[in-house]
Design a protein. Structure first.
Length: 434
């Protein structure tokens, strides 16, 4: 049996992890400075070289936990990185360094009372996917059903806690420096949601609930939970066949196919939110499965976020008003969502209205072409130009996970690059609201 010092486990200790991240920051920072110098002299515009990206993948994959989730988010931004570099970072979405089979066997035995070879009729030693908190193995139940078994990394709870302590120190320092920079409430929301992902029993409950939330959207599929083979650190679910979105986008496909999958992603985001007040808040391309029968499979339910009725209702009305293409009181609805505003109302309304105008292009323009989508770039520029004023317009803490989901949706749609009647898709969602 492997020991707790097994090299396949994420490094332990708050300062050990901080030291590794600090070393990585110096290496990558030097690379960014070199790239910036090249840009000034008319050279390559890339933010990171392929070599620096490989260093990121190696270190963040080893650390796993929150550090790896950061790398997953970075890999989705098409404006910061070249396609070649994004392809390297995309390995963090489900191809982290795997833990040894001895460690897998130990966790399964501790959680299910028997090693994998006894708990399952078949159990593949090589993982299907290895991600930030655990890795997934293909297995077969005694009755012949194929399943996916997610096994949590030993020690990842401590690693994740240490990551949050290190990040919390940064947030605390910034908050003390300026009241406007106080992000403690948002950090607390993110921290609490992330730590909850460690409980696989909770994830099983969320998966069952999410299946009910998408039940009327027949082109979406949530795999069933196998309760008798699930516990706190082991989660067994129906195995979905197909290609993850990460792999599917690298294949040749027609615009019709790309539009179909894009429509499904929109439905998978807004359907559960408006219908049941919850959202899948970890939307990286490794968490969606394009299935052979045409359905879109949804994976990884530890980050399902449930919102307050007030937040959902106000966002629902803002969504419906935006689709009408008529002026509406954007400030009033923003306040109902839970925003606080510390600048004159007219000034805040203009800033928020421009955010909705940029984000709402696919809701107004028909057809809309995501291959030439400039929404992320224009949104980033809008926030940069008005940074001081945006610091005085503060969303409620629960909006953190909503923005994580909808921002990821926009990046996935751009990654797919379909052209079509997206306004019609959003109108479909409005009809579902009744």
């Amino acid at each position: 049996m492997a020991s707790d010092s097994d090299d396949s486990l994420p490094p332990q200790g708050r300062f050990t992890r901080l030291r590794k991240l600090a070393g990585l920051s110096m290496q990558v920072g030097t690379d960014v400075l070199k790239s910036s110098a090249k840009r000034l002299t008319g050279g390559t515009p890339e933010l990171l070289s392929k070599n620096a990206a490989e260093k990121l993948v190696s270190t963040l994959g080893e650390l796993k936990g929150a550090a790896m989730k950061l790398g997953q988010a970075l890999s989705m931004d098409p404006d910061l990185l070249t396609p070649e570099v994004r392809q390297v970072l995309a390995r963090l979405q489900n191809q982290a360094p795997a833990m040894s089979h001895d460690m897998v066997s130990r966790v399964v035995r501790e959680e299910l009372g028997a090693p994998p070879e006894e708990a399952f009729r078949e159990f593949c030693r090589e993982p299907l996917a290895a991600a930030s908190l655990g890795q997934v193995h293909r297995a077969v139940l005694a009755d012949g059903r194929a399943v996916a078994v997610k096994v949590q990394y030993p020690g990842i709870a401590e690693s994740l806690t240490h990551d949050m302590e290190n990040l919390g120190l940064v947030v605390k320092t910034m908050s003390k420096a300026s009241r406007l920079m106080d992000g403690s409430a948002y950090f607390q929301e993110f921290r609490d949601e992330l730590l909850l992902e460690l409980d696989y029993r909770r994830e099983a409950e969320l998966a069952r609930g999410f299946a009910k939330s998408v039940a009327r959207l027949e082109d979406l599929h949530v795999p069933g939970v196998i309760d008798g083979h699930s516990a706190g650190r082991v989660l067994t679910m129906e195995l979905l066949e197909g290609l993850t979105l990460k792999d599917w986008v690298t294949k040749e496909s027609s615009n019709e196919e790309r539009f179909r999958v894009s429509r499904q992603l929109i439905r998978a985001t807004y359907g559960p939110f408006f219908g049941a007040g919850e959202i899948h808040a970890d939307p990286h391309p490794g968490n969606f499965m394009v299935m052979p029968d045409g359905r879109l499979g949804l994976l990884d339910f530890g980050s399902i976020k449930r919102f307050s009725p007030r937040f959902v209702d106000a966002n629902r009305r803002m969504f419906q008003q935006s689709l009408k293409l008529e002026p509406f009181d954007v400030l009033r609805l923003s306040l109902e969502v839970g925003f606080t505003v510390e600048i004159p109302g007219d000034e805040a309304a203009d800033l928020i209205r421009e955010v909705l105008h940029i984000a709402g292009r696919p809701m107004r323009t028909t057809p809309y072409d995501y291959t030439s989508c400039e929404i992320p770039r224009d949104m980033r520029n809008h926030f940069t130009r008005n940074a001081a004023r945006f610091l005085k317009i503060k969303p409620p803490p629960e909006a953190v996970m909503f923005f994580r989901s909808t921002g990821g949706l926009a990046q996935n749609l751009r990654l797919i690059g379909a052209r079509g009647d997206f306004r019609g898709v959003f109108l479909e969602m409005a009809e579902l609201l009744g």
